[in-house]
Structures are given as C-alpha cells and as structure tokens.
Design a protein around this ligand. Sequence first.
Ligand SMILES: NC(=O)c1ccc[n+]([C@@H]2O[C@H](COP(=O)([O-])OP(=O)(O)OC[C@H]3O[C@@H](n4cnc5c(N)ncnc54)[C@H](OP(=O)(O)O)[C@@H]3O)[C@@H](O)[C@H]2O)c1
Length: 277
Amino acid sequence: MTQPAKQPTLAFIGAGNMARAIIGGLLKTGFPADRIWASEPALDRMDDLKAQGLNTTDDNAVAVKNADLIVLAVKPQLLKEVLLPLQSAASTEDKLFVSVAAGITCDSINQWLGGQQAIVRCMPNTPALVGMGASGLYANAQVSEEQKTQADSVLSAVGITAWVDEESLLHAITAVSGSGPAYYFLFMESMISAGIKQGLSREVATQLTLQTARGAAEIACTNDSTPAELCRQVASPKGTTEQAILSFQSQQLDQVVENAMAACADRSHELAKLLGE
Ligand SMILES: NC(=O)c1ccc[n+]([C@@H]2O[C@H](COP(=O)([O-])OP(=O)(O)OC[C@H]3O[C@@H](n4cnc5c(N)ncnc54)[C@H](OP(=O)(O)O)[C@@H]3O)[C@@H](O)[C@H]2O)c1
C-alpha cells in the first residue's frame, strides 16, 4: 500500500503487552514519539513511555480527542465499558478506530461508540516489537481508502499485513498468527526441557533451541521450498530426524495442531457472542 498523505496522530487506549509491542516497533522505525498518545488508568505505569517522548494520560477521552487513529488495545472483556464513555469524544471528527481486541465485532464496537464509525479490526501479534509482526486486518464500510492506508502504514511499520474482505476470517487469523507466537514459544520450552532431560545444561539447551528456531524460520522465509520440503531436506532416509518425525506423526501432530487452532478460533467466536451485546 502507498504511504498516507498525512502521518496520523495515534492514541493507544490500553498500554499493555500488545500496545507496547506496536509502540516499540513504531518507535524503532522512527515514528515520532510526540505523535503517539497512550492512555490507561495507572499513569505511573507509563513513565517509561513518557520518558521516550510519548504523551500519556489516564483520561481515555483526552487521548481520543487528540488522535486521528485510535488503537483499542484493552482486553475484550473491558471494551464495552471503555467505549461507552467515549461516544462524544469519538463523534467530533473523522476518526479511525483500530481494534485489536480478539473476537469483538465492528457492529458491537459501533453500537458502543453510538454511531457509524470507521472501524478497522486488526489481529496483530507480539513480534511487532521486533518489526516482525504479522497482522490480519478488516475494514468496515465506513473506512475510507486514506484511512485504510493509514492503518496499513501503522501495522506494516512493525511487520507484514494481510487484509481480508470477510470479518469472520479474523477468527482464523487469530488461530494462525494472533496466538501463533505462543505455540512456537511452547514448542521451544518443550525442546529445551527435552534437551535438559538428555543431559544438556539449561543454558546450552536454550541457546541451541532458540538459534535453531531462528535459523529454521529464516530459511523458511527466504527459500522457495515449502516447509514440508525443507523438513525432508533435514530428515535423511533412515537417519535420526526421520525417527523424530515418525514419533510426531504416530502421535498425530497434524491433528493436535488442528484441534488446538480450532479451540482458539472457537474461543474467538465465543468472545464475540459473550461480550458483544
Ligand atoms: N497479547 C497478544 O499477543 C495479543 C495479540 C493480538 C491481540 N491482542 C489483543 O490486544 C488486547 C490487549 O491485550 P494485551 O495482551 O495487551 O493485554 P494487557 O497487557 O492486559 O493490556 C491491556 C491494558 O489495558 C489497560 N486498561 C485496563 N483498563 C483500562 C481502561 N479503562 N482504559 C484504558 N486502559 C485500560 C490495562 O491496565 P491494567 O493492567 O492496569 O488493567 C492494560 O495495561 C486484547 O483485546 C487482546 O485480545 C493481544
């Protein structure tokens, strides 16, 4: 996508893990800190952000009033109570709301904001912190092309973006990339523990596991071969890897992963239903 004509002023409502990952990534790209507002109830928890030049406030309405693009980064369970008092601040100008809250639909957000707001739903992930995020995005009918470009430029500053035309696909995106980093961290932990059981020190098992994950991801991203082909290149016939792969397959790794991702997407649907009224 092209760059927006004007760099927007951003507000993050909620300055927790996900907001900080995006803010950190943006600052690394040179995005001006003084064009970012961060808002949450505990002002002192944002001292570090203030020290980096961000505007901080404990009044969400102040942050919304000052911004063109507002990132809603509170827990889904809190979104309704956070948005209801923001109706008048939201309605004053053409503002774009970018919600990263899992599950909650554009219709629910519009109901709580009391209007027909331009809303982008985004499912980012925490590797945004190191510029390697992967975000799925959906825009409702009120979002202009300029606003879509603005949202894309914020998220693409911290990784790749993929837009979908159907809002319901965000459930699947949550299962793949939103929650995905956790699956890899879990697998790393398992490999470290197994390495320790085979006699390695925690330090060595950790170093080798992490560098292997980094190297494997790098090859998979830069090579034309599919992950399945790359796997075959490691697994020599009648060699060592083959035995590990056979063990995974005998325990139906594909099915294990499919079940886990289905549970993740189901929870996303459930959050939309439970919290969307
Ligand atoms: N973490 C991820 O990997 C990830 C990935 C994709 C999407 N998301 C989505 O991102 C959102 C935030 O998740 P998170 O992991 O960043 O959670 P988090 O770390 O708990 O961040 C939420 C922040 O909102 C603050 N907050 C609470 N009440 C508030 C209010 N009334 N006004 C403004 N801020 C308030 C919280 O402060 P207190 O701690 O004081 O309550 C906290 O700092 C969720 O909707 C989640 O679905 C997360």
